[in-house]
Design a protein. Structure first.
Lengths: 423, 619
């Protein structure tokens, strides 16, 4: 027993004092880790509050669209400059004019919108619907972990065993104050508001060194072990030097919290810390009142949203070949506008998939169910034609190499024949 | 070697320098051996407990913990850690007398806490009143929009923001009050139990209007029964607006095709329609919800029924089937709220109650009965042996260890059955047991973020604070009060609370407290700070260790607090040569300060390190 403990302590000591030279030499020379070269990253962006999909990816070609929304409908695309119609995608769908920053991505084949997609649950509760989208188990409330964490749990990426791989600290990062439900689960994740926050702050002088000494004692119990891992992670991040970061390609991130969170994600990807999954969310989509059309509340939210994403894509440049960005919202909104210039809780919505290796460029995916009254869900909402798990399954399988999809989405027959051909 | 550089100017470096390589290696081996022995002791303890036949408690007086450890232990399990003077107070009273007193909180005066609680306007208020006084943002916005014909002025936006802030402040009071009580109440075990039950019967403040119902939930539903009869607690929860909203039971009605207890008359339908029209007129924002509710396909909602068995009573392995879940849901149809989504009070509605026969856990529930059918169901669940075992296990996990000793669980469950679910009696069985006072139980639990913040405020003698800042500290460490989405509540075990991000936040919290950046708990107000700050470093360290850890820390921790390094690192450092090792150390931390810090700053650092130390993460 004593011998085992001591041997374990010895192994830890090697890491401590630089005798695990590969890793530390690389850090010291600020060389990228090999993981960065081969690693794939999935970035999930959650629009909390139920974004009005019909004014995000606008079905201007559907004859029932404009009449249902006298004040809210986005006009069809116009060739007259200075007007505020939809930005034409394929003659039937167009992007909201505030999404103009995404148009170059569409034109370059980096952006695939999916319409009439979402959760099959009929709930119109934000809480329940967000829960289902994050647990990946619609209408089952007892699920305690999130599907993104299950993807990591079922994905064997650590050749030498994750437990001893310091880089495993940053496998999954949520840019948020608390760990979001989607990342709850057995795989350790990091939640932070900003990279600056991920540091030992204050205490003066050599406080950090002394704290490290408190934890790096050779003891491998839960508390000491977590502390040791944390100091490894700090070292990785410090080597990445996020304070000295300049976005590439003249990319300019909005000063908004969302823009800054995407900036942090870009920094982590470029730092090669082994990021597999990143998550950020953005609120303000629950537009019951005064939603606005080409301008107004929703347009403002979409402006920040698209500028931030466009900045991230530009900043990542060629690395987009190894990155997929997936946007989602808990449900769509009513087809008809309500009595207060807004829309109410609906059913199916829209997603964007953005990446450098998309297989269906210049196409809006998902079968369009139509907006005529008899085509609507419960006579009022956009019907669902693509289960969100179909999209998640395809992306995690093809992009992250997830294999045990039946464990990631229990109870869902994840048949690859239903995949949309995104990647 | 940076450590040696540090040693050169350290006035307290004699200890380190006086102890050569062989000595530190010996120390390292000693501490490893101690750990191994301790683990072995735990195994032996568990084995012995299992061997103890039947439910007989091992002879009392078999307490492995020393007298000092016992003082520390009870103050961390039946309380949220010691305040200055508490250890001495428990010692004077005697551990057993103190436990007995905590088990009868009604006998403990708590004037100071009561005075502070009087500052909160919302405690114990009904959701009905709170909704009128602090309407949700959507309702206010819709009212304003209607008055302005659809277009809001900038002044309106300001009004909206102001009222939103007011509503948030009011609805956050409950979380702040929980912190205040946990820090300052003399009825510490009562607060521990409230924390336990509000987590066991968790509700989420982000679901619909649940947050309006939480003050009432805390005051009326949970507190009165925290050490009472489980059946009464279960009944109060089942009828609470908070739980009926959170787990949807207020919306669960008999499936079409089922007999209901009463038919809806035409007159009643007219009343409902009129009420809906009134709501739609007064609160246009609700109109769509009302219309949707009217349109919704009505039927059974199994959400509460499932969690009632899985999480509240029998446990996931409690031996129930999906058919049991469905029939429990059917029995609880009609258990709703007088004002629906707006809460009101519990109401049994015969028109929506499924009156056909059901069967649960093998017991027949004949048709035609009303609310009493649900009461009989709660009787059945509360008295079920699986419930006794499930609750006993969870309480032992909270009070003793992440791996509950089976013999103690069995005795606690037996107490539960013998006393018809008397929570006080079950807790007494647990906290007076030899397993509770076993050496292996000492500091075996990792503090939750709530426990970390509360124990910090207590140990440093923080003054009462009724601002929202205290609850925010807990939230920032990852445990927002009433902020757990899923019905399983916050983890009762250690592992989920310990990871890279969590440990960093905890360390920063400790440093921030020590350097005066946490307004609600300052080092300057700690009674021991002034006398300790004037002492030499080693005496400072021992003073801090005495106050924060009851004198009991690992040799490693004491060494680091005194010298900045530990025997393990020293031993390794002695063996390594070359630049790499030095780089490896220096790239993780800023260079050592060129001049020694002032004595006050050095003292603050010791406290910060101690609050961030592994031992302080445990209770």
């Amino acid at each position: 027993m004593r011998r085992r403990v001591f041997l374990k302590s010895g192994a830890l000591a090697l890491v401590t004092l630089g005798l695990s030279p590969q890793f530390l030499r690389r850090t010291a020379l600020a060389m990228p880790l090999p993981r960065a070269a081969r690693g794939k990253t999935l970035i999930v962006l959650f629009q909390r509050g139920a974004a009005d999909a019909l004014n995000v990816v606008v079905p201007f070609g559907d004859p029932a669209y404009a009449p249902a929304r006298p004040q809210l409908a986005i006009a069809p695309p116009s060739r007259v400059t200075g007007t505020t119609g939809a930005l034409d995608l394929d003659g039937f769908f167009g992007l909201h004019p505030a999404l103009a920053p995404l148009m170059p991505l569409w034109e370059r084949g980096l952006l695939t919108p999916i319409h009439a997609v979402g959760s099959p649950s009929a709930t119109r509760s934000h809480f329940d619907a967000q829960d289902f989208l994050e647990t990946g188990t619609p209408d089952i409330k007892g699920t305690t972990d999130g599907w993104l964490n299950r993807v990591l749990a079922t994905r064997g990426t650590c050749e030498a065993g994750c437990g001893t791989d310091p880089a495993a600290a940053f496998r999954a990062v949520a840019m948020s104050a608390q760990t979001p439900r989607i990342l709850d689960g057995s795989v350790p994740t990091v939640a932070m508001n900003s990279l600056e926050e991920f540091a030992v702050r204050g205490g003066g002088g050599d406080a950090e060194r002394r704290l490290e000494a408190l934890y790096r004692t050779g003891s491998a119990d839960l508390v000491h072990g977590s502390g040791t891992e944390m100091f490894d992670a700090l070292r990785i991040l410090r080597a990445a030097n996020p304070q000295q970061y300049t976005p590439a390609n003249g990319s300019r991130y909005p000063r908004s919290p969302f823009g800054q969170r995407l900036l942090a994600i870009a920094q982590l990807i470029k730092a090669g810390v082994g990021l597999e999954v990143a998550f950020a969310d953005v609120g303000g989509w629950d537009t019951h009142v005064n939603q606005g059309a080409a301008q107004g509340q929703l347009a403002q939210r979409l402006g920040d949203f698209s500028q931030s994403i466009a900045a991230l894509v530009a900043d990542l440049g060629d690395r987009m070949d190894d990155v997929v960005i997936l946007t989602m919202s808990e449900f769509g909104r009513t087809v008809r506008q309500n009595g207060t210039g807004g829309t109410d809780h609906g059913h199916a919505g829209a997603m964007f998939v953005i990446g450098g290796a998309l297989r269906s460029p210049h196409r809006v995916l998902g079968r369009w169910p139509g907006l005529a009254r008899e085509q609507l869900h419960e006579g009022r909402d956009l019907a669902l034609t693509t289960d969100f798990r179909t999209v998640f399954s395809e992306i995690t399988a093809k992009h992250l190499g997830a294999s045990a999809l039946d464990r990631v989405f229990p109870g869902f027959a994840a048949s690859s024949s239903s995949w949309l051909g995104l990647l | 070697m940076p450590m040696l550089r540090a040693a050169r100017w350290s006035p307290w470096s004699r200890f380190r320098l006086g102890c050569g390589f062989g000595c530190t290696l010996a120390l390292a081996l000693t501490s490893c051996t101690t750990r191994a022995v301790r683990r072995g002791g735990a195994d032996a303890m568990a084995a012995g407990a299992m061997a103890a036949d039947g439910l007989e408690a091992p002879a009392s007086g078999l307490r492995e913990q020393t007298a000092d450890q016992q003082l520390w232990h009870v103050l961390h399990r039946l309380a949220f850690g010691p305040r200055p003077g508490d250890v001495e107070a428990v010692q004077a009273m005697g551990v057993d007398a103190w436990i007995a007193r905590q088990l009868t909180p009604e006998s403990i005066p708590d004037t100071l806490t009561d005075q502070w609680l009087a500052r909160f306007a919302t405690l114990g208020e009904s959701g009905d009143l709170l909704l009128r006084r602090y309407p949700p943002a959507g309702v206010v916005q819709a009212q304003l929009a209607r008055e302005r014909g659809g277009t809001l002025t900038p002044a309106d936006s300001q009004t909206l923001q102001l009222r939103n802030r007011q509503a948030n402040a009011a609805l956050n009071e409950i979380a702040t009050s929980r912190v205040l009580r946990a820090v300052h109440s003399e009825r510490q075990l009562q607060e521990v139990m409230v924390d336990f039950w509000e987590n066991h019967f968790t509700v989420f403040n982000g679901k619909d209007r649940t947050r309006y119902f939480i003050p009432e939930y805390d005051a009326v539903t949970i507190r009165p029964y925290a050490l009472g009869k489980f059946r009464e607690l279960l009944g109060a929860v089942a009828k609470s607006p908070a739980m009926l909203t959170y787990l949807d039971n207020w919306q669960s009605v008999a499936d079409s095709g089922r007999t209901t207890l009463a038919q809806v008359t035409a007159a009643q339908r007219r009343v409902v329609a009129r009420r809906a029209a009134t709501v739609a007129r007064q609160l246009p924002a609700l109109a769509p919800a009302v219309a949707a509710a009217a349109q919704r396909r009505r039927g059974l909602n199994e959400n509460y029924a499932r969690e009632l068995m899985e999480l509240h009573t029998l446990g996931v392995d409690g031996g129930y089937t999906q058919q049991d879940v469905t029939d429990v849901a059917r029995i609880l149809t009609g258990w709703t709220l007088s004002q629906g989504v707006n809460g009101g009070t519990f109401l049994f509605r015969p028109q929506t109650h499924d009156a056909d026969p059901k069967r649960v856990l093998g017991q027949a529930f004949p048709g035609g009965r009303g609310q009493e059918e649900g009461e009989a169901l709660l009787d059945l669940l509360a008295r079920h042996p699986a419930t006794a075992r499930f609750l006993a296990t969870k309480l032992v996990r909270r009070f003793v260890s992440d791996s509950p000793p089976p013999a103690l669980v069995a005795r606690a469950a037996a107490t539960y059955r013998r006393t018809d679910g008397d929570i006080r009696a079950v807790v007494r069985t647990i906290v007076t047991s030899p397993e509770f006072f076993a050496a292996a139980a000492f500091r075996a639990k990792v503090k939750s973020p709530f426990e970390l913040v509360i124990s910090t405020m207590r140990v440093l003698g923080a003054a009462p604070d009724s601002s929202a800042r205290t609850a925010q500290l807990v939230a920032r460490l990852g445990q927002p009060l009433f902020g757990h989405q899923a019905p399983n509540g916050w983890p009762e075990t250690s592992e989920p609370w310990m990871n890279t991000g969590a440990i960093l936040n905890r360390i920063n919290f400790g440093l921030n407290v020590a350097t005066g950046r946490v307004p609600v708990v300052r080092l300057t107000s700690w009674p021991s700070a002034r006398p300790l700050a004037a002492l030499p470093r080693e005496a400072q360290v021992d003073g801090v260790i005495h106050a924060l850890f009851g004198g009991a820390v690992s040799r490693d921790t004491r060494d680091v607090l005194i010298t900045g390094t530990n025997p393990f690192l020293q031993a390794r450092a002695g063996q390594t040569v070359g630049v790499m090792a030095d780089d490896a150390m220096t790239d993780s931390a800023p260079p050592v300060a060129p001049t020694p810090p002032s004595r006050a700053a050095a003292f603050a650092q010791i406290v910060g390190l101690a609050l961030g130390a592994p031992e302080f993460q445990r209770r």
